[in-house]
Design a binder for this molecule. Structure first.
Ligand SMILES: [Zn+2]
Ligand SMILES: [Zn+2]
Length: 453
């Protein structure tokens, strides 16, 4: 296990910014059993002390944050982000994407490799890592593609790519169609470590589908992607993982049959993990009746029955973590008829608020469970999951659960505006994000003071 702050970013992660005291926050960390109003003292990048609210002595020169009325959570980690750099900076870049992450309460992210050109060799990985060291607001891990040019034919130099510091591999955006290529990739994963992140669909079954296949697609006369397109590939790759004793991770699960495929692979002993997006947890294909391209993504929004299965999978642990699949697109790529619009939605700045508003407040899922699953993505890459335990790296999200806002009304830190929660009333918002003891984001309206003495 290593520390998130050791990934590439602008900060140092060793607390060079000086000590901090978070005063009177409601600290909640299910893993360490913490659930009370507390002072959190941060020194040298670590949690030095957790005291009863108002009781901690501030180290000399410490910056004090009056967090009365706020919650302090272990900050979040997103294993699935598209930063669009290199080549598509009109959608997003390292600076805007990681600022969006920090604003969403994230202390770390992993960036996908389906850029232009794709990240498919060690030199590309090294170049991105170097840029992140001057541009990234939060620690950023990079994956390289599994196959050269994402063509699904020849493997990249997986060993050299790992030596260059990639945290794993993914052809996300496309599935790895050939079982032979997939098997070889898993053999290499077993040797070189990291993780293989899988976008699961069978293109023969997906065809030219633009939404979920079902009554809604039939009513709209749009071609559909059946849920089984996803689950057959998960079943195949679960079996291959088991056979090769390799590790892989299923991205953006969307359907009940896919949950069943992951559960079966896990039960058989495969080292397979899975993630869910906030949009698949709270929306269904009924939204597509509006023909608003903000509801177009891959995999598509499914049915209410699928959504219920996803919620239950998150609760039971069949699904390990939340990933946003933050996928920025420019206005002219989305503001076109539904059939031809680009697939994908942004997510970093709304993830927590959406889950809190739509699942926690109505009593569907516990707040502690959401917080845990939003940090668990770190473990996919052998990174320490954010925690508020004494001596843990100080990765903290301070969140105002009472904050009432409308998605997009005051703009986004992201360069793109393709949020499927644009215009929606949301409750709760991160106000300060601390990474490795350093303040990585502070909402503009929020003031702090420096302790005397
Ligand atoms: Zn994908
Ligand atoms: Zn993706």
């Amino acid at each position: 296990m290593s520390a998130i702050a050791e990934l590439d970013w602008r900060g140092s992660g060793d607390g060079a910014a000086g000590p901090l005291v978070i005063r009177n926050a409601h600290a909640l960390d299910p893993a360490s059993g913490l659930d009370r109003v507390s002072d959190i003292v941060i020194r040298d990048g670590r949690v030095a002390e957790i005291a009863e609210g108002g009781a901690a002595a501030a180290p000399a020169g410490a910056e004090e944050i009056d967090a009365s009325g706020l919650h302090a959570f272990p900050a979040f980690f997103d294993p699935h982000v598209h930063l669009r750099s290199p080549g598509q900076e009109h959608k997003e870049d390292i600076e805007t994407g990681t600022r969006a992450a920090a604003a969403g309460g994230y202390c770390g992210i992993v960036a996908m490799a389906n850029t232009d050109p794709v990240v498919d060799d060690p030199a590309h990985v090294l170049a991105l890592r170097e840029r992140a060291q001057s541009e990234a607001s939060v620690p950023t891990g990079f994956v390289a593609t599994v196959t050269l040019g994402m063509r699904g034919e020849e493997l990249t130099e997986m060993s050299a790519i790992r030596e260059a510091g990639a945290v794993g591999f993914s052809d996300d955006g496309l599935p790895i169609v050939s079982a032979r290529v997939m098997r070889r990739a898993l053999q290499y994963q077993h040797l070189v470590g990291g993780n293989i992140l899988l976008h699961e669909e069978d293109p023969e079954l997906s065809g030219d589908g633009v939404m979920n296949e079902g009554p809604v697609s039939a009513a709209l006369g749009l071609s559909g992607v059946p849920a089984v397109s996803e689950s057959v590939m998960i079943a195949r790759d679960g079996a291959l993982c088991l056979y090769e004793d390799a590790r892989a991770h299923v991205q953006h699960l969307s359907a009940r049959v896919s949950v069943e495929a992951v559960a079966a692979a896990k039960a058989a002993g495969a080292k397979l993990t899975a993630e869910l997006t906030p949009h698949h947890l709270v929306l269904t294909d009924e939204e597509v009746r509006s023909l608003d391209s903000r509801f177009k993504m891959n995999p598509p929004l499914r049915t209410e029955d699928d959504r219920q299965a996803l919620i239950e999978a998150l609760r039971s642990g069949v699904v390990d973590c939340i990933g946003t699949d933050h996928a920025p697109h420019a206005i002219d790529e989305k503001d076109v008829p539904f059939e031809v619009a680009m697939m994908g939605v942004t997510g970093l700045e709304t993830a927590f608020a959406v889950l809190y508003t739509e699942l926690v407040l109505p009593g569907v899922l516990d707040l502690g469970l959401i917080v845990e699953r939003m940090g668990a993505g770190a473990r996919l890459f052998d990174l320490d999951q954010p925690s508020l335990a004494v001596d843990a790296a100080a990765n903290v999200a301070l969140v105002d659960l009472e904050h009432d806002w409308e998605g997009g009304a005051d703009g986004w830190e992201s360069r793109s505006d393709n949020s499927c929660f644009h215009g929606r009333r949301l409750k709760s918002r991160p106000v300060i994000t601390i990474v490795g003891g350093e303040v990585a984001f502070r909402r503009r309206s929020f003031a702090m003071k420096v302790a005397a003495g």
